[in-house]
Structures are given as C-alpha cells and as structure tokens.
Design a protein around this ligand. Structure first.
Ligand SMILES: [Zn+2]
Length: 249
C-alpha cells in the first residue's frame, strides 16, 4: 500500500514530468482514494479499460493517454462525462503520463522500441528530441525488418518501400509521430518507424528515398506503461496489472 500523493510525486520525479511541453496534463488527472494497493496500467483510459479496472478492484489507473487534451472542448459531457463518472463513482485515481513516458531512457516507449531492434550508437532527433535514431546490429532488408517488427510488436506494420532495399540506420518514435519522417530524412536515415501513417507519409518516404513503417500507435505504446508499472510494483510492493484493450490503429 502506498499513499497516492507519494506515488505521484515519485513518478513525476523519475519521469522528469515538469520539464515537458505536453498536449495534456501529466500526473494525477482525476482524484480517487488516498491509498493505492492495486494499480491497473493501460495505453488509453477508455471506457473498456475503466470497466476492467473496476472489475479487478483497482485503486488507480495509470495510462499513457489520459484526458484534457489541448484544443479539446472543455466540458464534461457525453463520452468524457461517462468515463469520468465511472472513475469518480468507483473512487479510482486516473494518473497519466504522455511525452515523459515516450521519452524516458528506461521506461519509455522509444527506449523499448530501440531495444527491441537492438539499436546502437543512439542519437536523438525531432521536436523536443523525442525520436531515437540508431544502427541495426547488421544491415537487413525492408522485408527482414518488417518480420522483426511483426514478431516484436505482435502486429504486422504497414510498410512503404521496396522489400529488397538494404537498411542499417533507422529512426523510431512511437505513436502519431509520422511527421518526423522529414527530420529522419534530414539525418540521412535509411528507414523510419512510427505508429501511424498519413497520406502524405507515403510520398515523403518515396521522395526522400526512405522506407517507412507504420507499426501501430497502440502497438508501439504498450511497452512504456508496462515497464513503469513493473518498476512501481517492485519498488513499492503494490499489485500492478497491465490490461490490453486491443486497438487495430
Ligand atoms: Zn500516443
């Protein structure tokens, strides 16, 4: 059992949360009970995840995608009202970390991606230095990297680029970071991997002579919250359960 405020203070410090210019507030977003023994982790605080947290008797929900995004209509109605009502009625804390959890060198989504690919000689690039670039252990073809990503993320990426093309230096950034393709091209990378794809991404990749892998927003952001959750379980002796709410995007 840990005090909610102590847990959040610890996460804020470990993730250096105050340092980020983010699109949503990091830390405690909806207040629930003061003590936490059961913590559910997940990618997005959807109604399905809240239901699963209630069923397990969770005291808190720790997610990558919480609420109150910049430019969102600031009223509690409809879907947003129903989600928050469920949290409050069940006295469950909602804790969210967005960019700090993409970036963190150990618990971050991008660190997990770089590790899954065995990248070395890491350099950072893109807005707020969020994206990671590095060298694969050995040159491989687009088809081979596709197979590695499919195995590591349990999901086949959508790929732009000739399957026989050889690649060695690649960039990675989880989620909806497809527009760092241009930054990746400026670095002279052979390939870039993110979660989502836009129509323009195809043309950028082709015209910059790069391969692009859209490996799934959800699929590339499952790791960070699980890594942080495992650390919190060990450090504070609380029960932590990751619940995956499947998402094809
Ligand atoms: Zn995301």
């Amino acid at each position: 059992m840990i005090q909610r405020d102590s847990l959040i203070q610890y996460c804020d410090e470990v993730l250096n949360a105050a340092a980020w210019r983010d699109y949503a507030p990091n830390g405690l977003q909806v207040e629930g009970r003061a003590q936490i023994q059961r913590l559910v982790t997940g990618v997005t605080a959807s109604a399905a995840l809240i239901e699963a947290a209630i069923a397990w008797g969770a005291d808190a929900l720790l997610v990558h995608h919480g609420y109150f995004w910049k430019n969102e209509h600031p009223v509690l109605t409809g879907m947003k009202y129903r989600r928050i009502k469920q949290l409050i009625q069940n006295d469950i804390n909602l804790i969210a970390y967005h960019l700090p959890l993409d970036d963190h060198p150990i618990y971050g989504n991008n660190a997990a991606l770089a590790e899954a690919l065995g990248l070395t000689d890491i350099q950072r690039f893109g807005s707020q230095q969020l994206a990671w670039a590095g060298a694969l252990p050995a040159p491989c073809t687009v088809a081979q990297l596709h197979a590695v990503l499919t195995k590591q993320l349990a999901r086949a990426p959508l790929v732009v680029g000739d399957t026989d093309r050889l690649i060695q230096r690649v960039g990675v950034c989880s989620g909806g970071a497809q527009d760092y393709l241009t930054d990746a091209a400026a670095l002279g990378l052979d390939a870039y991997i993110s979660g989502e794809i836009s129509e323009r991404s195809t043309h950028i990749a082709r015209e910059e002579g790069m391969a692009y892998f859209a490996a799934g927003h959800h699929a590339t952001e499952r790791a960070g919250v699980q890594r942080l959750g495992a650390h919190l379980a060990e450090r504070f002796g609380i029960e932590v359960r990751y619940i995956d709410i499947d998402n094809p995007v």
